[in-house]
Design a protein. Structure first.
Length: 220
């Protein structure tokens, strides 16, 4: 993609769940129901928040470290079924997200998503929101390496033909900040998502935002 804007950053990469989409509760409930289906200890809401951002396999292994591979597969399947059953209507965006994304797009930024969601899950929600072609690129956990490994960011840089200092990662978890820090990509943290902002500050983000719309002040 040929990006012609004159801004310092050419590409803004967003996490999805907990950064753009207010979906933490739906994820937690779906995981709790999956555990109940298989007579496993039901994780607390805050425990599920800890794994948001990871790929589903990595998330289940962290929540249920004693589970066998067969149990992990069964939990993944049950979680996906519960989440899809709730996903007939997409989770709302956080306040200011839609307007801000539209503004950034109008100013010539390329926009991308780097998410722990599956490709099917991200495509489904983008289709539901009529935003399938809004983002210029995306990487999902089931088609690359899960966060916090930085491979999905490296792949996006290659796709857009950009250097690491020409892109910025925006996220709500340690996994987002850690994968960006691993390749010295600039990063912006939001305080309203899954992980407490103090944990994100340890990765020295450019800014810690309480409102999504405030990202404009960091990009112009």
């Amino acid at each position: 993609m040929n990006i012609t804007n004159s801004h310092k950053f050419k590409l803004v990469i967003f996490d999805w769940d907990g950064t753009l989409s207010d979906s933490v509760a739906r994820i937690a409930i779906s995981m709790q129901r999956a555990a109940s289906d298989h007579a496993l200890p039901v994780p607390a809401y805050d425990e599920v928040k800890e794994i948001i951002g990871l790929g589903l396999t990595e998330a289940v292994f962290r929540l249920f470290p004693e589970a066998s591979r067969e149990q992990v597969f069964a939990l993944q399947t049950a979680y996906s079924q519960h989440y899809r059953s709730e996903d007939s209507s997409p989770c709302p965006f956080f306040p200011g997200v839609e307007a801000t994304l539209g503004y950034l797009k109008s100013q010539g930024y390329a926009l991308a998503v780097a998410t722990g969601k599956s490709r099917a899950g991200l495509d489904r929600v983008l289709q539901s929101l009529d935003m399938k072609y809004f983002f210029d690129g995306s990487r999902c956990a089931d088609e690359t390496v899960s966060k916090p490994h930085p491979l999905m960011l490296e792949q996006l840089l290659d796709e857009f033909g950009l250097t690491v200092d020409q892109a910025v990662m925006v996220g709500d978890t340690e996994f987002d900040m850690e994968m960006a820090a691993a390749i010295n990509m600039p990063r912006i943290a939001v305080s309203y998502g899954a992980h407490h902002i103090d944990r994100l500050r340890t990765f020295e983000p450019l800014a810690c935002l309480d409102r999504f719309g405030d990202i404009k002040s960091q990009l112009f």
